[in-house]
Unconditional design. Structure first.
Ligand code: ZN
Length: 86
């Protein structure tokens, strides 16, 4: 049996809320393999859902109630999935 990971690994697909690029202290849930549909009709499978503190509170701590704004592929050890604004 594999251990449940505590944070995304490189290549994992992450769903995120609309404010995830504005905060540094995210909440995330491991969802193993959650199928989802994108607005353009394509289907993806996510391993993680990530939320800002506001959406975390609004969802009552329930991952599937987080308003998802998009998905991305985690790109490595750094806890940053968005370009930094300089
Ligand atoms: Zn949010």
């Amino acid at each position: 049996m594999s251990k449940i990971p505590t944070q995304p690994a490189k290549g994992d697909t992450v769903l995120f809320c609309d404010h995830a690029d504005k905060v540094k202290d995210w909440h995330w849930w491991y969802v193993r393999s959650l199928a989802f549909g994108r607005p353009n009709g394509t289907i993806g499978v996510a391993q993680w859902i990530l939320a800002c503190p506001k959406c975390f509170l609004a969802s009552g701590g329930k991952a599937l109630k987080v308003p998802v704004a998009g998905d991305t592929v985690w790109d490595g050890g750094k806890p940053l999935i968005f370009e930094k604004k300089s």
